[in-house]
Structure formats: structure tokens, C-alpha cells
Design a binder for this molecule. Sequence first.
Ligand SMILES: [Ca+2]
Ligand SMILES: [Ca+2]
Ligand SMILES: [Ca+2]
Length: 188
Amino acid sequence: MEEIYANDDSVCNISVVKDRGSSSSKKRLYVVIIFLGILSVGLLTGLISLGFHKKTCPAGWSMFSGSCHVLSTTSGAWYEARADCRTRGGDLVVINDADEQKFVLTLTETSTWIGLTDQVTEGSWKWVDGTPLSSQLSKFWGQNQPDNGGGYHQYGEEDCAHIWNNYKKWNDVGCGNSYLWICEKAPE
Ligand SMILES: [Ca+2]
Ligand SMILES: [Ca+2]
Ligand SMILES: [Ca+2]
């Protein structure tokens, strides 16, 4: 009989140990669940706030086709114009299509630098973002332009493009001429 009691006790002890073990693992599980819950709420809040943050242009800049444009208030050489745009977090305007050309013409009524140059290789016109001028946009050159000065190089070569106020088209001209300019940058 004693032996039987002794056995019963040991069974009892084992089940107590098991109970203790399972309750602490349950606690651990709860902690993990709560931690994951807080983490996912945090992530969700972050994603929602990112989704609702609408990108905008700074005061004075106009949004067009997902980017910001502004006309300068002072005149300068093409290099000065570019340096100014870069200081302001953008670059000289890159005209990507006919709609942007139309939009850019609404910003200015006078001669204005754009981000187009052939200073690296004569006759190979490239935008300041490195893309070559496409044949579809070549129609925006004014009559007989670009002409690199038309053989009259008393004013130097013509390696920078501007909007020709008379014709609303582009002309190549010496980069040292002084004009207004248009900057373009991504909204923030
Ligand atoms: Ca553009
Ligand atoms: Ca040229
Ligand atoms: Ca020209």
C-alpha cells in the first residue's frame, strides 16, 4: 500500500511541474502576441501616414505633371542659371513632352534658359539629366535652329538653348548670354 501512495505522490508532483511549465510558456506566448500587436499597429500607422502625406511644391513653384517649376527673378548666364537651380534642389528644366513645352511657355514671356546643351559634343543636344533630345521634340527648335551661330562665330559658338520669346520656340545661343531661367525639381 505504501508503495502505491508513494507512486501517487510522484504522479502528483510531475503534474504540478507540468502545470508550472505550461503556464510560463503561455505567459511567454502572450508577451510575444502583445509585442507583435504593438509592432503591427506601429507599422500600420506609419504606412497610413506615408500614404496620406501629399507631396507639394514650395511656395512660388508651380506643380506640373508631377514636378515643380519656377521662373527665376534675375537674369544670368546659362551656367549661373544651372548653379542656381541646383542650389535650390533641382536643375534647369528638362522638357519631357509637348505638354510640358506648352506649360513652360505659360511661365515666361521673355527669353529664358532651358536645360538643353550641346557643349560636350557639338550638335549632340542633351538635357541636363543626361537624356538626349528626342526626335519628337526637335520640332520645338525655331526656324533654321540650332545653327551654332550660323557660321558667324564672332560671338563664340552657340551651345546652350533658350526659349526664343518672339517665336515661342527654342534657339541655340552663346552660353554667356544673360536670360531668365526655369528650374524644375521633384515635389517634397
Ligand atoms: Ca520635366
Ligand atoms: Ca553648338
Ligand atoms: Ca542659334
